[in-house]
Design a protein around this ligand. Structure first.
Ligand code: HEM
Length: 278
């Protein structure tokens, strides 16, 4: 019955979301066709070896069984666009908030950036030297991780301690609860203390791999982790080289999960140039 009526009548928001989904799909297909045309017209040798090029190659695979469908190609692009953009955007926002509040850590991070890069743009070979910034990013991900939990489906009955979990049930591994558990992190669990990570994740979690997993766990672990952390470090270094960050009095703290954890009213910080030419 529901199916029958939904064919006759659709609420306005469903119609709008279908329209948007179609627009996004058309937009991705347009980009794909443009890339294909360039290869066909001989302007470039191949579809390219970047991510989009690899997907287009798979879409043109001569082996029908291996070939990627157009639907899957579009879905992969949408997944990477969202996972690649929204998560890092939120992480950068939360780091800026915490550095605006914790001026001492902001200063430590800036000193490290200037020691390593001076006023030059961050260069890839030295990103790994940013130890303080790594600690700050981990502690931010602990307090304001992108997801509240990891959804999983139980494939077969398993026993975890005294608990028997039946097959086929849906589970949410409560990341936020574990990242805020005083038994794992101590009574100061709600405080921003990047020094927890001074000797790495293993030491901070007392060698408990399930205590800290901002990028997930197991075979579906985030494929963009390295890219995301490098991107965040570059952006943050460039901001710290140029500006001091203080919190605006208009900021209202209200983290809400909209797929990823977002500041409901945005994050209002005041950036003041460190140099006249910033
Ligand atoms: C701060 C940044 C990011 C955080 C915190 C984050 C976190 C996560 C988490 C928690 C998962 C689920 C893992 C699981 O179920 O075990 C995930 C999956 C994924 N992430 Fe990220 N992510 C970030 C950035 C990125 C970026 C930049 C990209 C791509 C450029 C990306 C691509 C993906 C993809 C494709 C998946 C799905 C993997 C799969 O299901 O096999 N992520 N991410």
């Amino acid at each position: 019955m529901v199916c029958f009526y939904s064919k006759l009548w659709k609420p306005a928001d469903l119609l709008e979301s279908e329209e948007l989904a179609k627009e996004i799909k058309d937009c991705v297909i347009k980009i794909v066709r443009k890339r294909e045309d360039k290869a066909v017209n001989g302007e470039v040798d191949s579809f390219d070896n970047n991510f989009l090029g690899l997907l287009i190659n798979a879409y043109h695979d001569s082996d029908e069984n291996n070939r990627l469908s157009l639907e899957d190609l579009v879905d992969e692009c949408k997944t990477f666009y969202w996972t690649g953009h929204d998560t890092v955007n939120a992480l950068l926002a939360w780091v800026l908030l915490l550095l605006a509040i914790h001026g001492d850590w902001q200063e430590k991070a800036r000193r490290e950036v200037i020691d390593i890069f001076g006023n030059q743009n961050p260069h890839p070979e030295s990103i790994a030297k940013l130890k303080t910034m790594t600690m700050i990013i981990y502690e931010t991900l602990r307090l304001y991780g992108a997801t509240n939990g990891l959804p999983r489906k139980v494939a077969r009955e398993v026993q975890v301690g005294k608990l028997v979990i039946p097959a086929n049930i849906d589970l949410l591994i409560a990341r936020a609860a574990l990242h805020h558990d005083p038994q794992l992190w101590g009574d100061d669990v709600h405080l921003f203390k990047p020094e927890r990570f001074a000797e790495g994740i293993a030491k901070a979690t007392n060698y408990n791999a399930a205590a800290f997993f901002p990028f997930g766990l197991g075979p579906r672990f985030c494929v963009g982790m390295t890219f995301a952390t490098i991107e965040t470090k570059i952006a943050l270094s460039m901001i710290l080289q140029r500006y001091t960050i203080t919190l605006s009095p208009s900021y209202v703290h209200s983290p809400i999960p909209i797929l990823t954890l977002h500041p409901e009213h945005g994050i209002q910080v005041i950036l003041e140039p460190l140099h006249n030419n910033a």
